[in-house]
Design a protein around this ligand. Sequence first.
Ligand code: FAD
Length: 465
Amino acid sequence: MPPVELLAPGSGAGVAALSPSPARLHGWGGGPPATGWLLRPNGAAAVGAALEMFRTRAAWTGVLARGMGRSYGDAAQLGGGLVLDTARLKGFELDDEEGTVTAGAGVTIGELLGGLVPSGWMVPVVPGTQHVSVGGATAGDIHGKNHGSAGTFGTHVAEIGLLTAAGEELSLAPGDPLFAATLGGMGLTGVILWARIRMRPVSSPFLAVDTDRVDDLDGALAALRAPGGPHRVAWLDLLGPRPGRGTVTRAEHLPGPDVPLGSRGGATVAARATVPRWWPGALLVPGAVAAFNELRFRRAPRRERGRVEPIGRHMFPLDALAAWPRLYGRSGFLQYQLVVPYGAESVLEAVIGELRRASLPSYLTVLKDFGPANDAPLSFPLAGWTVTFDLPRAAPGLGPVLDRCDDMVAQAGGRVYLSKDSRMRPDALRAMYPRLEEWRAARDRADPDGVWRSDLALRTGLVPR
Ligand SMILES: Cc1cc2nc3c(=O)[nH]c(=O)nc-3n(C[C@H](O)[C@H](O)[C@H](O)COP(=O)(O)OP(=O)(O)OC[C@H]3O[C@@H](n4cnc5c(N)ncnc54)[C@H](O)[C@@H]3O)c2cc1C
């Protein structure tokens, strides 16, 4: 399958002009930055040329692809290494007959939605932000609010164009161990140049949303399992008087033809404001967030059915405020995302209890349900409950508390999400990802010299130092 036009031969015209610049990169949560070298290749040939360049620089520690930098921790940075920003690997092509789109790795989910929803095609799995690249979505094997019915992003990837450490451009399909190792493989099997993705037909850019206010964690778990639309998510308030109260929404695509497809956009959302650089992080304190949560809880409808919302506003509420991590101030925040199997609900309570006892405030807490795991050895989701906690990095005692939480999660057969991680220990990783050795074997075959590296991979022992 030939890649899309922009990645085809000829796109290497700018190879000679490739000149890496020094860069300090960090994750979306603003953790410790890494200083290395940055290149923005303009096509497949330029990515290959960058790999050649790496071979001539003995001092560089490795090579890593970077998409939109929306992973929260250190997955898309490499101290002392060459980072290939994929922002110029653009271009996508729809095959209307097949219902597939072939997209350059640097195309974002928002660009796909904006271009394709008016033609009646939806990206079947979208994360909580539209600013994620096709390469990042594939390498993280990301999930959406509809994992129970749709699986991960990778479930819908029919083919991947991968540049290997040997400089070969491979077309990988499901069934190939390297395909499975690349889904969720965090950029450590090669550079994803493009992907062919199966799309979902839709007949309007709107969703019908049901909302329930819940009084506690049990209420949230029950409402997430109630009948209704496949896009399910709970917002929990952990700072109020009853930890776990919140709201649960279940949404489904509105059938047409009442609302014309091209009408009023709606598949994406525009930022209405931004947080300035000088934002005094000190304003974001538990008391203020608790008051905001109280208001949010009270303003939510107790029970509402069928409210019509555009896809963008419902799926990507955080994108309405650009640069929102600045709210946390200079030291930033980390997101702790875990999944535990059904039946291990007590671990959710135990983790919430640990955070509260240590007075560690989770300013944003989100709960979702997952369907079965897929065949990719490092893919995060498994049948069970997943929770995300957004925690200020500066909070005293954070590290040891999360280490204890890791142990509880691992003992319950659960795991922590690598796309969000910035602190997990190597032994926790081994305990949580039982198919790690299978993944390593596939990776070692594809990259025997250990070209592809990241700070995350070195810190957690995914790859040897
Ligand atoms: C507000 C917000 C909400 C989010 N919601 C969700 C959610 O609901 N579900 C979910 O699963 N995730 C979610 N995420 C996380 C996000 O989807 C993942 O971290 C995703 O991988 C980020 O994509 P990116 O393009 O920014 O990649 P980056 O962060 O730049 O990179 C992530 C990883 O992918 C690798 N990579 C990137 N491009 C390539 C490539 N072309 N070839 C090989 N490897 C590559 C990098 O090396 C790195 O290991 C959310 C993030 C934010 C900020």
